[in-house]
Design a protein around this ligand. Structure first.
Ligand SMILES: NC(=O)c1ccc[n+]([C@@H]2O[C@H](COP(=O)([O-])OP(=O)(O)OC[C@H]3O[C@@H](n4cnc5c(N)ncnc54)[C@H](O)[C@@H]3O)[C@@H](O)[C@H]2O)c1
Length: 691
């Protein structure tokens, strides 16, 4: 009798739950289809429990502020302007931007399964899933300000843009393309099924107007945004995206450089930043088998990573953090420690105590040094946030002095054998601009970028880069199956791979075998691994086949980090190992996005800024939906081949020998590929010329 009652209660509960879910789904559909609501939603209080973007600097003149308001109000029916104008003016005053907080939706934003999004086009639904993931509270750095990572990596500039975009995506067909200008959905334009469903441009400005303050001004006006790399292209997959790259970097840095006093145990790695991307460092350190200390000034960021299991413990005292690290080294056990404080204090303490540090780097957001990307030593986190808004010039002074101190301490440790590398955050660039002792007589940096030493010659020049995919069923079982398929494909390729790329393949086979165990998923059911054109194409084709026979239960989105072989022209990062003088050109990234768009990408993006800063880089990416169809198979083969070989061809033309090897091999594999090869001048001939 009791069992029967319990069973009935359970069935009732299940029915109520199903009913609740249906109601929630219907409300979600209605909200998406409504776009910007006809009636004003209730005003939402500023939630202090959320990690908010810092107040941006007050850069607009009174006339420009009026322009910003006119710009914001154009999204709304004039009957609401009376109410919204003062509200938006207050936001501009308080936060330096108009985010339109009132319009933040009530439903939770996350990577629901593809079928949960209202749609007429599967491709558009996949894009909704991906952009929702970028704004998920568990994933995004400042979700209420629509910032995914890097302090200013925006998906949209305001909530009206989000609402309109979702509405367009829900209504569009495969005969239309949505044009997006820095978060603003310009509209749906007629196109065709093979065309991208969405074309994204972020921060594209006339080159002479690409200084950091130009971004501040344009963004405050609501006419441009900093899309970072994968934030503005909806391809961010949480810190997993960078765990893999960081693991490869730390692993190879360790393989490559030995501290003179190295005595066998796990190496000691010191760095900073537990934010969006930098938060991957401690986990990558553990996977690479080192002991790491990562400094972080923002307690919210540190505790978020700790709760998510990305860092083993948090310590508030620099001496204690160092003692603990030494103890873990003695125990011969990889371990990750977060030091809650300023990294400059940590570096100075390490130098003062003459600790044997094997490897060092930094992943504070120095691409954005004046607006919350870098917190100077000597000020608390809160004090710094106030000063950067109230006295930006004085704040800049603090940042410069802090960088000088940081470099001095690092120099003392490298003199004692530490290997230091720039980790793609403009650390060397901004330190040199700050007047730190970081350049030699020839005007070159004293330290390499990780791309010059590691990522360029070992990966990008051979075509290996951060390929990724997302299972749109949002089911872990599908992800597990894709892991298995990808692993089998790589193992097969490794059997006949030339020795030049065997290490890369083996590192990635190891990675994918361990991926489940390392619990890397935050948000969407996503996976990343480094693969070349052959690997990416074969893995994608195998997924498509598995979807067509129903083995994988729903379509899969393919993509990659913009930080890749071909997608990014960035002289201080991705193309820092281009030495033929073309590092400051951006033809490769532009060619790439154009080429991807007519070879079958589901969406494409091209950005100014990303990684090292506004005006310092042009980067692009793509997303591609595999739905198990023959069309998807045709598109993936055409597009992935170009998406990798474009960059190898350019790297080969720059006389990078690894790339010459890779492009010759690609031409043997695909006779329709014909690439201009460089001749190498006799060095003696050049050196003996009297110039
Ligand atoms: N190498 C790569 O592949 C790669 C990839 C992505 C991002 N990046 C770059 O790395 C940087 C970090 O990216 P992110 O997404 O983690 O940014 P983020 O802003 O989310 O995180 C940076 C963190 O550094 C902390 N911080 C700033 N100054 C500090 C200081 N002096 N001491 C201690 N902590 C400090 C901040 O509080 C913040 O949490 C960016 O410049 C980004 O462009 C590099």
């Amino acid at each position: 009798m009791r069992t029967l009652k319990l069973k009935r209660a359970f069935l009732n509960f299940a029915a109520i739950k199903t009913w609740d879910m249906t109601v929630e789904l219907n409300a979600f559909h209605l909200a998406i289809l409504e776009g910007i609501p006809a009636e004003l939603p209730r005003l939402k209080p500023y939630d202090p429990a959320i990690n908010h973007a810092p107040k941006r600097k007050d850069i607009l003149s009174p006339d420009e502020k009026k322009l910003a308001l006119r710009n914001a109000l154009r999204y709304f029916d004039p009957k609401h302007h009376q109410m919204l104008a003062p509200e938006f003016a207050e936001e501009l005053q308080n936060y330096g931007r108009i985010y339109m907080y009132r319009f933040r939706p009530d439903y939770p934003i996350s990577a629901r399964s593809i079928e949960a999004f209202p749609h007429k086009s599967k491709q558009a639904a996949a894009i909704m899933l991906m952009l929702s993931n970028n704004l998920d509270h568990a994933v995004a750095q400042h979700p209420h300000e629509l910032i995914t990572y890097g302090g200013n990596g925006a998906v949209f500039q305001n909530w009206a843009q989000y609402l309109l975009t979702m509405q367009y995506l829900a209504n569009m067909t495969d005969e239309q393309t949505l044009a997006m200008y820095s978060g603003h959905p310009m509209g749906l334009f007629p196109s065709h099924p093979d065309a991208p469903r969405v074309v994204v441009t972020n921060g594209m400005v006339i080159p002479n107007y690409s200084k950091p303050d130009d971004w501040e001004r344009f963004n405050a006006l609501g006419v441009s945004q900093y899309g970072q790399m994968t934030a503005g292209s909806f391809m961010y997959i949480g810190p997993q995206g960078i765990v893999h790259g960081t693991t490869i970097t730390v692993l190879n840095a360790g393989r490559m450089k030995q501290h003179p006093d190295y005595n066998g145990g796990p190496k000691l790695f010191i760095t900073a930043g537990l934010g969006g991307m930098s938060g991957a460092q401690p986990k990558a350190g553990n996977i690479a088998g080192v002991v790491s200390i990562t400094a972080e000034v923002n307690a919210k960021a540190a505790y978020k990573r700790h709760e998510q299991g990305w860092v083993d413990e948090i310590v508030e005292d620099a001496d204690q953090a160092i003692d603990l690290a030494l103890a873990w080294q003695k125990r011969n056990t990889p371990h990750s420690i977060a030091y809650l404080g300023n990294v400059v204090d940590l570096w100075e303490k390490l130098a003062e105590r003459q600790i044997t540090v094997d490897m060092g780097s930094d992943q504070t957001s120095l691409h954005n040094p004046w607006a919350g990307g870098y917190y100077p030593a000597g000020l608390s986190y809160e004090e710094a946030n106030i000063l950067m808004a109230t006295d930006p010039e004085q704040f800049k002074d603090w940042v410069r002095k802090s960088l000088v101190r940081q470099v001095d301490a690092i120099n003392r440790l490298t003199a004692n054998g530490m290997y230091f590398f720039d980790y793609g955050n403009a650390f060397l660039l901004e330190s040199s601009r700050a007047g730190a002792d970081i350049m030699n007589d020839k005007g070159l940096f004293n330290y390499p970028s990780y791309v010059q030493d590691i990522m360029g010659p070992m990966c990008f020049d051979y075509g290996f880069g951060p390929f990724r995919w997302v299972c749109t069923s949002s089911k872990p079982e599908d992800l597990a199956l894709t892991d298995k398929i990808a692993c089998e494909v790589l193992e097969e390729i490794a059997k006949t791979a030339p020795k030049e790329i065997r290490q890369q393949l083996n590192d990635n086979i190891h990675w994918i075998r361990e991926a489940q165990k390392n619990k890397l998923v935050v948000g969407s059911q996503a996976r990343i691994l480094y693969a070349d054109a052959e690997g990416r194409t074969k893995i994608a084709a195998a997924f498509n086949e598995a979807i067509s026979i129903g083995e994988i239960s729903a379509p899969v989105v393919l993509g990659r980090d913009h930080h890749d072989v071909s997608g990014t022209d960035s002289p201080y990062r991705e193309t820092s190992n281009i030495y033929d003088g073309s590092a400051f050109t951006a033809d490769m990234a532009i060619q790439n996005v154009i080429g991807d768009s007519f070879r079958g990408a589901t969406w494409v993006s091209i950005h100014n800024g990303g990684g090292v800063g506004w005006g310092e880089v042009i980067n692009g990416g793509f997303g591609m939906l595999l739905d198990g169809s023959a069309e998807a198979d045709r598109r993936l083969r055409m597009m992935l081949h170009w998406d990798v070989n474009n960059g190898i061809a350019r790297r080969s033309w720059a006389r990078n020998e690894e790339a010459v090897f890779a492009i010759k091999r690609a031409m043997e594999q695909e006779p329709r590929l014909k690439v201009t090869l460089p001749n190498f001048a006799d060095e003696k001939l050049i050196e003996n010329l009297d110039l």
